[in-house]
Design a protein around this ligand. Structure first.
Ligand SMILES: Nc1nc2c(c(=O)[nH]1)N[C@H]1C(S)=C(S)[C@@H](COP(=O)(O)O)O[C@H]1N2
Ligand SMILES: [Mo]
Length: 216
């Protein structure tokens, strides 16, 4: 049977009309309740970073792994998030007296640094940020605990004011240890290293149970 041109055209119009339209992604909604646990909101934070909100250009962004490592690394955003992903609910407490419970999603610091080959003499890990902020930890804190750098909070990509592309989820530590806009992870043997707020007298370990200050 021969299909008449008119019918062909009608069929074609029908076909084009039925082709699914390009999908438009809607702004992700924040998760506020996760497995029965109530979460805080991204809006509950108080923004008082040393130099204000940083805007990181993700195309030129690199996360450096340097210092006492066999092979220094420079990871793109995609390379970082292509590692095994982890999620957990952790509450952040600022020394100023506020706290927020958040569902974090990220990758293990341990996985990132092991790609560079940590030298045996390294005992300290120093984090560097886009705004010049730094903070440090004994290396075993990130090796013995499942410490992540997060790229999502409450299922939403971390916004610029909260530290895009990455914030350290420094569980059991005060907020000043939760470095935002991370650009570098340096392995060191300098146990006396003091970061930005630590140099101003805040406790170098920053443990929630410990004292907030070390110096008058
Ligand atoms: N790069 C960078 N990270 C930072 C800071 C900063 O000034 N710069 N402030 C810290 C402090 S004091 C706190 S309490 C937490 C809180 O996160 P928020 O600024 O998103 O509220 O971020 C921490 N991380
Ligand atoms: Mo803070």
């Amino acid at each position: 049977m021969q299909v008449k041109p008119v019918i062909m055209i009608l069929l074609l119009i029908l076909l084009v009309g039925c082709t699914p339209k390009e999908i438009k992604e809607l702004k992700a909604a924040e998760v506020r309740d996760y497995e029965g646990e109530k979460l805080g909101s991204l809006g509950d934070f108080r923004e008082n970073s040393i130099k204000g909100v940083q805007h990181v250009d993700i195309d030129s962004y690199r996360l450096g792994i340097t210092g006492l490592v066999e092979e220094p690394q420079s990871f793109t955003y995609e390379e970082v998030i292509s590692n095994q992903r982890y999620s957990k609910i952790v509450r952040i407490y600022c020394v100023e007296g506020w706290d927020v419970n958040i569902l974090w999603e990220g990758v293990l610091v341990r996985d990132l640094i092991s790609k560079a080959g940590v030298m045996p003499q390294a005992n300290t890990i120093i984090f560097h940020a886009y705004d010049g902020y730094t903070t440090s930890f004994p290396l075993n804190y990130v090796m013995d605990n499942e410490i992540i750098i997060a790229y999502k909070m409450n299922d939403v990509t971390i916004p610029p004011e909260r530290g895009f592309p990455f914030q350290l989820v420094a569980e059991d530590k005060w907020g000043y240890k939760w470095i935002k806009w991370i650009t570098g992870i340096e392995l060191s043997n300098n146990t006396d290293y003091r970061g930005t707020w630590e140099s101003a007298g805040y406790n170098n370990l920053g443990s929630l149970e410990g004292p907030k200050f070390e110096r008058g």
